[in-house]
Design a protein around this ligand. Sequence first.
Ligand SMILES: C[S@@+](CC[C@H](N)C(=O)[O-])C[C@H]1O[C@@H](n2cnc3c(N)ncnc32)[C@H](O)[C@@H]1O
Length: 245
Amino acid sequence: MAAVPHREATLTYWLKNAAYLTGLPGYAAAVRLAGVRAKTPNDWLAVTKRLRLRGYSLRAHQVDEEILGLIGELRERKVERVVEIGTARGGTLFLLLRSLSPTGRFVSVDLPSGPFGGGYPHWKALLFRSLARRGQSLSLLRGDSHLEETRERVSRALDGPADFILIDGDHSYEGAKRDFELYRHLLGERGFLAFHDIVPGATEKVGGVPQLWQELKAQFEHREIVKSWDQRGYGIGVLYPRGRP
Ligand SMILES: C[S@@+](CC[C@H](N)C(=O)[O-])C[C@H]1O[C@@H](n2cnc3c(N)ncnc32)[C@H](O)[C@@H]1O
């Protein structure tokens, strides 16, 4: 899938941002308040869907049952340091931040106007920053995850080995494989990672992830969190490169 044309230099882009910025403080405050009240993963999911700002919400590109399954594992393992490749609308960012301990570190990478989602405009970074709970550290990196330089930035921001990495950025076969090969070295001894969109579906949606997943699952211990193999797309593949603890 080709990259979406870069829109950040146009007047329309800045005017649209300005319109969002005026509503942002109220929206961020509402999300924070709802986030504090929401006690369970089901409540968190409801927040991502219910609160809207001029048509925008934090809705994740995920099947509810699947992301809840992943959240369950993150909480069970008490993960502290997380890397996400593919921030997009901030849906998994919000949900995974909630799953971390109050001292957790989270690094999320996205490529402005990147393929398979289009990234996010600058104003959303203000909102995303407000999603971290007191004591949590959140770094939002804008750049191409495939570059060694970006991996270095991630490593510095993480300040220690990663417990979990979500690969949900460039879904092309080469792109997802590059992310896997580049970032797996950041994992600590008990670290594990997950791919999104392992279920075969339309190429513009899942890219080459299902093919890559079939190859990787033959080599490593793994778990598949899939609601239905007929759903065309979605599905989370969890990989334990150093074995399942
Ligand atoms: C499917 S979306 C992520 C969805 C998000 N994880 C969620 O469920 O809420 C994919 C994102 O990856 C980003 N992306 C694509 N190629 C990338 C690259 N090479 N480096 C970093 N981000 C990339 C796109 O800009 C897009 O925002």
